[in-house]
Design a protein around this ligand. Structure first.
Ligand SMILES: C[C@@](CO)(OP(=O)(O)O)[C@H](O)COP(=O)(O)OP(=O)(O)OC[C@H]1O[C@@H](n2ccc(N)nc2=O)[C@H](O)[C@@H]1O
Ligand SMILES: Nc1ncnc2c1ncn2[C@@H]1O[C@H](COP(=O)(O)OP(=O)(O)O)[C@@H](O)[C@H]1O
Length: 305
C-alpha cells in the first residue's frame, strides 16, 4: 500500500577542495571538487495532495511550488512516471539559502527520494542519480553524502576513503551569493589577470585518509573564494577571524558566502564557535561535523539531528 506521507532528511555540504577549470561549450565550468556533507539538515515531508504545492518554513526566501527545486524534482519524476504531480511538500529549512552549501540541491535530492517512495516508483540509485544530475550539478552528491570527489560539472560522484570525523564552525552571512554570479566574477578576474589556482587534489585525499585535521587544514582550497571575496569584501574579515580565534583553517564554502572553519575536535569547535559569535561579524554561527549521510527517509518516531 502507498503511504500517505514520507519524511526525508538531507544534509548540507561544504567543498574541501574546489578546482574550477575552463568554461565548457555548454556554459558550465569543468570542476574537480571534494564534497563533504555535514550534519546540518533540511527536513522534508512529502504527502499526497491535489496538484503541486511546496512551502518552506524555518528560513524565509526560498521560492514556492514549481519554482522551488524540490517542486521541480517532483515534476520531473511525475513526468517520467507518466502520472499527475499531486504532491504537497513541506520543507523545514536549516541550510542557509544561497549560502554555498547546496541547500536547494539538497531539497531537490530529498524530494526525488520522497516522491519515488510515495509513488512506489522502484528506481535504482543510478536512476535517481540521473534525475538528480538533470536538476543541478550539486544534486547527485546530496543523495550520496559522506565525502566524495565530484568531477564533470560536479555531478559525477566517487566516494573517498577517509571517514574520520571532522569538526567545523560555520559563519553564516546575512545575504547570499548567486552561484552563476560568482562563476562569472571568477571568469572576469581570470580574464583580467593571473588568479592563483588550487592545483591537484591528491594531497588533500591523502590528508583525509590520515584523519589528521592539522594536515587537512593545509590542503583545503577553493578557486571560487577570490571571486566570492571580490563580491563580498567583508568575507576577508570573517576568513581571518577563523584562524585568529584558533581554527586550523578557514575557507569559503563553494560559491559562498558561508565560511567554514576547521577545528581539532568537537570541543575545540564549540569554543571557536562561541568566540566567532561574540565578534558579531556574521548573521549566525553553527557548529557541525561531517561526514554526514546523504538524503534518507526517516520514520515518524525517529529522533534525528
Ligand atoms: C559552486 C558549487 C560547488 O559545489 O556549489 P554552490 O556554491 O552553488 O553550493 C556548484 O558547482 C554549483 O552547483 P549547482 O548549484 O547545482 O549549480 P547548477 O544549478 O548546476 O548551475 C547553476 C549555474 O552555475 C554555473 N555553473 C555551475 C556548475 C558548474 N560546474 N559550472 C558552472 O558554471 C552555471 O552558470 C549554471 O547555470
Ligand atoms: N528549496 C530551495 N532552497 C533554497 N533555495 C532554493 C530552493 N529552491 C530554489 N531555490 C533557489 O535557488 C537559489 C540557490 O539556492 P541554494 O541551493 O540555497 O544556494 P547555493 O547554490 O549557494 O548552495 C536560491 O537563491 C533560491 O532562489
Amino acid at each position: 500500500m502507498t503511504p500517505g506521507s514520507v519524511r526525508v532528511r538531507v544534509p548540507a555540504k561544504i567543498n574541501l577542495h574546489l578546482g574550477v577549470g575552463e568554461v565548457r561549450p555548454d556554459g558550465f565550468h569543468e570542476l574537480v571538487t571534494v564534497f563533504h556533507a555535514v550534519d546540518l539538515y533540511d527536513k522534508l515531508t512529502v504527502a499526497n495532495g491535489k496538484g503541486l504545492r511546496v512551502r518552506t518554513v524555518g528560513i524565509a526566501g526560498a521560492p514556492a511550488d514549481g519554482d522551488n527545486l524540490a517542486g521541480r524534482a517532483a515534476l520531473l519524476l511525475a513526468a517520467h512516471a507518466g502520472i499527475p504531480c499531486d504532491v504537497r511538500i513541506e520543507i523545514v529549512k536549516t541550510i542557509p539559502i544561497a549560502g554555498g552549501m547546496a541547500g536547494g540541491s539538497a531539497d531537490a535530492a530529498a524530494a526525488l527520494l520522497g516522491c519515488a517512495q510515495l509513488w512506489n516508483l522502484e528506481l535504482t540509485r543510478a536512476e535517481l542519480a540521473g534525475f538528480a544530475a538533470e536538476l543541478g550539478s550539486d544534486v547527485p552528491f546530496a543523495l550520496t553524502g559522506g565525502t566524495a570527489v565530484g568531477t564533470g560539472r560536479g555531478e559525477l560522484i566517487a566516494p573517498v576513503l577517509g571517514k574520520h570525523p571532522l569538526h567545523w564552525v560555520l559563519a553564516i552571512s546575512d545575504g547570499g551569493l548567486s552561484t552563476p554570479a560568482v562563476f562569472a566574477e571568477l571568469d572576469r578576474l581570470r580574464a583580467a589577470g593571473d588568479v592563483p589556482r588550487v592545483g591537484g587534489v591528491t594531497a588533500l585525499l591523502a590528508a583525509l585518509v590520515s584523519g589528521d585535521p592539522g594536515l587537512l587544514a593545509s590542503h583545503l582550497g577553493n578557486d571560487m573564494q577570490a571571486a566570492a571575496v571580490s563580491l563580498q569584501p567583508h568575507l576577508r574579515r570573517v576568513l581571518f577571524a577563523g584562524t585568529q580565534e584558533g581554527a586550523l583553517a578557514s575557507i569559503v564554502s563553494g560559491s559562498g558566502p558561508t565560511v567554514a572553519m576547521l577545528c581539532r575536535s568537537a570541543e575545540h569547535a564549540a569554543e571557536v564557535g562561541i568566540n566567532i559569535a561574540g565578534l558579531g561579524i556574521c548573521k549566525s554561527v553553527r557548529v557541525v561535523s561531517g561526514p554526514a549521510p546523504g538524503a534518507r527517509i526517516i520514520s515518524d518516531n525517529e529522533k534525528s539531528a
